[in-house]
Design a protein around this ligand. Structure first.
Ligand SMILES: [Zn+2]
Length: 303
């Protein structure tokens, strides 16, 4: 395929073959240069389960440690030196300013919220977001970006020339982690990982707990300031904390609105940006949210 050429989309009903039980069907590529050429759509190739060692042999950007239990991508430094301190430093200030004059139960509530934030962050950053292991290329593979649809228009399979697999519908090759990911939403530098099928839920709850945490700190600080009769040496710290919480609350609230609206529509951020609305609403507007909360997707990378 000529660089920059847009592959023509081909709508081909699945052709019944002896291999059809294995998820194999045949498509036809119809670009001007490859018109009439047929290729096999092997769905099973993207369902393979591999060991973490095999995954690392074909992907040099994603690393596994602790016997494959913990994963991290190339952007791991950013959340460790920016996101984590952005949460812990203001929290430290808050406890330093308010610990003694805050009811014990409220301090416990703040610590529980903070712990939930870190648990969600850990689940998002250090686990497989839904990577699809690479296949082994062979002679006669389709050109990169070749597409074929089977049965329905949204059942679009695309050939990934890097991973050598037919990528399932709603997946995308993440350039940062250099791997195809199921239900690619976006790459989040704040979390240092791709947000996709397997970590979208903890990411969403991370945002919810962060909003609750900001409101909690903001409320406690404003209440303290309103009771203070005269400014003292610590007043500047209180005002700084209020301004920081307001900025964080604004940012996370916008993100919450955006994520919630997409979950309601059944879309990923990537699909919403590309205006691929035909992919959404799999379960109806009122079914999308429960489907999102209850869905399970096992990892294809094992210990
Ligand atoms: Zn890929």
């Amino acid at each position: 395929m000529v660089l920059g050429e847009t592959p023509e989309r081909v709508t081909t009903p699945p052709i019944s073959t002896p291999n059809s039980n294995l998820g194999i069907s045949v498509g036809e590529y119809r670009s001007s240069k490859l018109k009439g050429r047929q290729y096999t759509l092997d769905r099973d190739l993207c369902e393979r389960i591999v060991s973490y060692n095999e995954f690392m042999q074909t992907n040099k950007r994603v690393r596994f440690i602790c016997g494959g239990k913990i994963m991290f991508g190339p952007g791991i430094i950013f959340p460790l030196i920016v996101t984590f301190p952005l949460i812990t430093v203001p929290s430290g200030f808050h406890f330093w300013l308010h610990w003694n004059d805050t009811p014990f139960a409220l301090n416990v509530f703040t610590i529980v919220l903070l712990s939930l934030i870190f648990i969600c962050m850990f689940l998002v950053t250090f686990f497989d977001p839904g990577f699809i292991p690479r296949g082994t290329g062979k002679k006669g593979d389709p050109p990169n970006g070749a597409t074929v649809t089977c049965a329905t228009d949204t059942d679009l399979w695309k050939w990934c020339g890097t991973c050598k697999i037919w990528r399932p519908p709603r997946s995308k090759h993440c350039r940062t982690t250099d791997a195809c990911v199921r239900y690619f939403d976006h790459y989040c530098p704040w979390m240092g990982n791709t947000i996709a099928r397997r970590n979208y839920r903890p990411f969403y709850f991370f945002v919810i707990f962060l909003i609750m945490y900001c409101i909690n700190i903001l409320g406690q600080t404003v209440a303290y300031l309103s009771e203070e009769m005269e400014p003292n040496a610590r007043t500047t710290y209180h005002i700084g904390l209020v301004l920081f919480c307001l900025a964080a609350l604004g940012f996370t609230s916008l993100l919450f609105y955006h994520l919630t609206y997409n979950i309601y529509r059944g879309l990923t951020t990537n699909e919403a940006q590309l205006r691929r609305f035909d992919y959404g609403n799999d379960y109806g507007y009122f079914g999308n949210v429960p489907a999102f909360l209850c869905s399970v997707c096992p990892s294809q990378i094992t210990n």
